[in-house]
Design a protein around this ligand. Sequence first.
Ligand code: SF4
Length: 394
Amino acid sequence: MVGDVPVGDGAPITVQSMTTTKTADVEGTLQQIYDLAMAGCDIVRCTCNEIEAAEGLARIVPRSPVPIVADIHHNHRMALAALEAGVQCLRLNPGNIRKPEHIKTVARDAKDRGVPIRIGVNGGWRHPDLYRKYGDRVTPEAMVESAQMELAYFDEVGFDDVKISVKASSVPLMVEAYRQLADTVDHPLHLGVTEAGPVPGGLIKATAGIATLLAEGIGDTIRYSLTADPVEEARAGRALLESLGLRERRNIDLIACPSCGRAEIDVIEVAQQAQAAFGDRDLPLQVAVMGCVVNGPGEARDADLGIAAGNKRGHLFVRGQNVAVVPEEEMVDALVEWAEYINDHGVEAALERARATREAARRAAASDREDLLRAQGSDANRSEQRVELIRELS
Ligand code: SF4
């Protein structure tokens, strides 16, 4: 347990992130923690690098909506101070606190207080003995051994309330390190690609590493380490877990067609407007933005709600059934309004609400579909014409 949040042993996979404020700035840090919690973060880490930070934690922890992990580097006294401040977990980097008596002192105090510790091995920091043993190279074996050395110190004082991470900025390296670690220990594992970088590259690297491991059944809690606002980390973590079906949907799952020659609107623009309009609102629905009424409603028939463009108007549909027609410029507003209705009353009630307009909406969609097919033909992307031209070339 990290505070009241279970980690491991079949508990839902949790999302973590880290504040970027000075921890001594209590109000600023709490604001960021609340923003992170709103974005789907279950556990938040704050640095505890100086005594003022520990004092800040003493004021932050009682007011935080989620459990707080203190991030400790180098100075074991900061770990003791963070424990005194009431944090619900510590993160220690085995490469940084090296004296066994310091490690054991912290573990003893954590044990007495019932506070777990994450052994946070990082590809860039290892014990000097391991550098020597593995020829100055970062290897999965060296990272796992680093975690085991720390575990051995904890064992000496009878402390095993531990989770472990073996992060690296290289995806293949971290994937292999976690695989080896999962074969070696029973402790919950915290997954991450460290220093993944700015979006979109960082997002892709982190997703590649974390999703690969989750798909193999490895991992209990995750963090995206992006060079971005930490709220983006929380959103990404939550979105990954929801897309893998590992957490219940909390916000809108916005799907949109990739657009093609048939599109009657700028799909990218409308999808972005819809994304901005829904934001982080608690509407656990799948909503579709489709570029044309020819294929849109059919392709997105499983979505709770969707809109497809045709002849300067939007055709709203609920679970594939046409329910209303709105002017093109009101498409996003209509989506938000219907999403709120479905969230409050359910899909059946939404279909009932549209009882008077359904038949007219269906006929309007059929008419626009026929008009588009007449105007564009069945080959709106001119693929067959191009094929003919290519054949002539050869
Ligand atoms: S056919 Fe219509 S719905 Fe499908 S990609 Fe093209 S514009 Fe989008």
